[in-house]
Ligand binder design. Structure first.
Ligand SMILES: [Zn+2]
Length: 320
């Protein structure tokens, strides 16, 4: 299939389904909080390891995330071109476009519908206690969308919120990743993330054993009365942790991470990052998982972010 045809197909899809538009990376010094495999929030929280980082965030700009039709067409065209590179052949790119079309029809209703302020919004929330070093004040909130606080919308993609109603379930087994429990992500990123995971599974050179997505919690930023007050970006379903047991979060890490430099960093959460010893389980800058997530989804890797923290399991819109 010719590239021009691919681009046209992708553009048509974008116009029909409203393809996710990756937000531009923004400077932000605070990171969010991964948890280990199969754990609840009752694990030492990643943010707990990074008091040295500041927590400035840019003001949310709702226009970033929506309605820029020209931008969506351009992004879809670029995405198709990236897809061809990632998968190596135009035939695979065509297959991807076909799959995207089916996904678009499956999810168009959920993604196209504009939520009403009267719609229900349900979530469970906790604070991380810096004193007890565990999750506390766990509670379930049932409210309407009109009751959402400003910080309960993702500042990097305000379509995504803490509401369970905005999340979609990804079933790894259906993507060729057996033995990994279903998890949730913001519905607006479901197609892109499923496609990325399917691409990784199809390639076969990387083994996904652990995945964490949506997980609301106030685990970062400022502390009041021993409690963390700010939301992790996992709280909105706009972050994913992959193989935490082999891609830990490091602190005091003011270096570009590599097998030669990681020894200067301090492991905070998760397992040691050792691409030499565990090449099929470890995320690296020149590896398949990094390429698929950065080029295909448009997210950034927590191992590439500036600052003293390097979150090797973590991908999100900004990498933080
Ligand atoms: Zn994470």
């Amino acid at each position: 299939m010719r590239t021009a045809t691919l681009l046209l197909l992708a553009a048509t899809l974008a116009a029909c389904a409203g393809a996710p538009t990756p937000a531009a990376p923004t400077a932000r010094a605070s990171s969010d909080a991964p948890a280990g495999p199969g754990t609840s929030a009752d694990v030492p929280d990643a943010d707990e390891t990074r008091d040295e980082d500041s927590t400035t965030r840019p003001a949310p700009d709702p226009s970033d995330a929506t309605e820029d039709a020209a931008g969506q067409l351009r992004d879809a065209a670029e995405d198709a071109a990236r897809s061809a590179r990632v998968r190596g052949t135009t035939a695979d790119a065509a297959r991807r476009v076909g799959q995207a079309a089916r996904d678009a029809h499956d999810h168009a209703d959920a993604q196209a519908r504009t939520p009403s302020p009267d719609d229900p919004c349900t979530f469970s929330m906790y604070h991380w206690s810096t004193v007890e070093r565990r999750a506390v004040q766990r509670r379930t909130v049932r409210q309407t969308r009109a009751d959402l606080a400003p910080d309960e919308h993702d500042p990097d993609d305000p379509r995504c919120t803490v509401c369970e109603e905005d999340q979609a379930t990804i079933v790894p087994a259906e993507l060729g990743i057996p033995g990994v429990a279903p998890f949730q992500v913001c519905v607006h990123w479901q197609d892109a993330l499923e496609d990325a995971l399917r691409t990784i599974a199809d390639d076969g050179s990387f083994e996904i054993r652990e995945l964490v997505g949506y997980r609301p919690g106030r685990t970062r930023g400022r502390i009041e009365n021993g409690l963390r007050m700010e939301l992790s970006n996992h709280s909105y379903g706009t972050a994913i942790d992959i193989n935490a047991s082999w891609n830990g979060l490091y602190r005091r890490c003011n270096v570009e991470v590599s097998p030669d430099t990681i020894g200067r960093c301090q492991l905070g959460v998760g397992g040691a990052w050792d691409p030499v010893r565990n090449p099929r389980l470890t995320i690296t800058r020149d590896g398949l998982v990094h390429r698929v997530f950065t080029e295909h989804v448009g997210w950034r890797w927590g191992g590439d972010i500036a600052g003293a923290t390097k979150d090797m399991m973590h991908f999100s819109i900004t990498g933080y």
